[in-house]
Design a protein around this ligand. Structure first.
Ligand code: ZN
Length: 395
């Protein structure tokens, strides 16, 4: 069964306004809706309730079980896993607020195809029928699943668009009027999310809107089942002779700041704490002492440094500014992440060329793709080092 075949099928059949599902719980009507692209979709929760199955969201994946058979859908992407095989969908899995929608194809083709001995879908009567009434035997495939790009399925990366809400970040001297650091980090963050999902990597965002997340809370988005924490920022310099001439990108990983310049950048980003009222003053008060005592972080230093190196290298292939290298600094946002963590300063808003580069949609997309490529390379490296056994979610 190919994606093209399934797509043809979906188009030829069309979709009803609702379907009738017969399962262990009797008969139920489930509405069929349209996603933003006009494709027919069905809400997962009522469908699975009618089928006596389950749906569970986990780090960007939706685990759906029908007749004890597991289907894993990548939210936002036209991909799912079944029996250790990556399959394509005619349209992406769509999530709006708390509701997960599966392509209608799941009902009309996927369930009848894979679970044909149990379910039959009749397009004319729009009925999905359980033809046995008996539970199917359990069969749980357990082998390592690889994506077409060679990456093991199940990776999760946390993207942290810096600042937000009442914390604008730096004022964006050479950005278009009204655009601040927080806007650019969010724009690139959302593009990076899409690029990673296209590469089969699950993504968790610390924010998807203009809101303030306390620095101390950002790292909590990347704990056990997260492979890498990526914080996005825009650099700026204080007004002094020649300050508008400095441009370029640099990537930081956590350590005590090595140079005066690294300490300055760390201080600037750490200052976002002052926008937080009452929140998270626990770990903050300890400052660097707290960081250095946290041995768990040091385990990840080498991995963080490797990720920083790869991102810096890939950005160098698309960025028009100077490659300012990999640096170490004590960012609070990184200290609370319990996994490898890096921070990218994507350019200087105090430089006219960088200002344009950072705010153009075309170059934003280029940066996002370059960072995504670097992350995939990092994850593959990590898989090789750990023999693939450790990588991915559920660790
Ligand atoms: Zn920043």
């Amino acid at each position: 069964m190919t994606g093209a075949l399934m797509l043809l099928g979906a188009l030829a059949l069309g979709a009803p306004g609702q379907i009738t599902v017969t399962g262990p719980a009797g008969e139920a009507k489930v509405p069929v809706r349209k996603d933003p692209g006009g494709a027919p979709v069905i809400a997962a929760a009522p469908l699975l309730a009618a089928l006596g199955g389950t749906v569970r969201l986990h780090e960007g994946w939706a685990d759906v079980t029908v007749a004890r058979q597991p289907f894993r859908f990548l939210v936002g992407a036209p991909l799912y896993l079944f029996s250790s095989q990556l399959q394509t969908l005619a349209t992406p899995v769509w999530m709006v607020r708390d509701t997960l929608y599966l392509p209608f194809q799941f009902v009309s083709e996927i369930i009848p195809y894979f679970l044909g001995e149990r379910y039959r879908y009749d397009a004319r009567s729009a009925r999905l029928e359980d033809i046995t009434g008996k539970p199917a035997p359990a069969k749980a495939p357990k082998s390592v699943v690889r994506l077409p790009n060679g990456l093991r399925a199940g990776h999760v990366v946390t993207i942290d668009p810096g600042h937000g809400g009442v914390d604008p970040g730096n004022p964006g001297t050479y950005f278009p009027r009204g655009v601040r650091e927080k806007d650019v980090t969010l724009q690139v963050g959302l593009l990076l999310r899409d690029e990673l999902r296209e590469r089969g990597v699950g993504v968790r965002m610390t924010r998807t809107t203009d809101t303030l997340i306390a620095l101390g809370d950002r790292g909590a988005f990347c704990t056990a089942a997260c492979d890498l924490f990526v914080s996005l920022h825009v650099n700026s310099l204080a007004r002094r002779r020649g300050y508008t001439e400095v441009r370029g990108f640099e990537t930081y990983f956590l350590a005590e700041a090595r140079t005066e310049e690294a300490a300055r950048v760390a201080k600037m980003e750490n200052e976002a704490v002052r926008f937080e009222t009452g929140a998270s003053d626990g770990p903050m008060t300890g400052g660097l002492d707290f960081i250095l005592k946290d041995l768990q972080l040091n385990e990840h230093l080498r991995e963080s440094a490797r990720a920083a190196e790869l991102i810096q290298k890939q950005l160098g292939t698309v960025h028009t500014g100077d490659n300012r290298g990999v640096k170490q600094a004590g960012f609070m946002v990184l200290t609370t992440a319990r996994r490898p963590a890096i921070l990218v300063e994507m350019g200087y808003s105090t430089n006219p060329q960088d200002g344009r580069y950072l705010t153009s949609r075309v170059t934003q997309r280029r940066m996002a793709a370059a960072i995504a490529d670097a992350i995939v390379e990092y994850l593959k490296d990590y898989e090789r080092k750990t023999g693939g056994a450790e990588a991915g979610a559920g660790r």
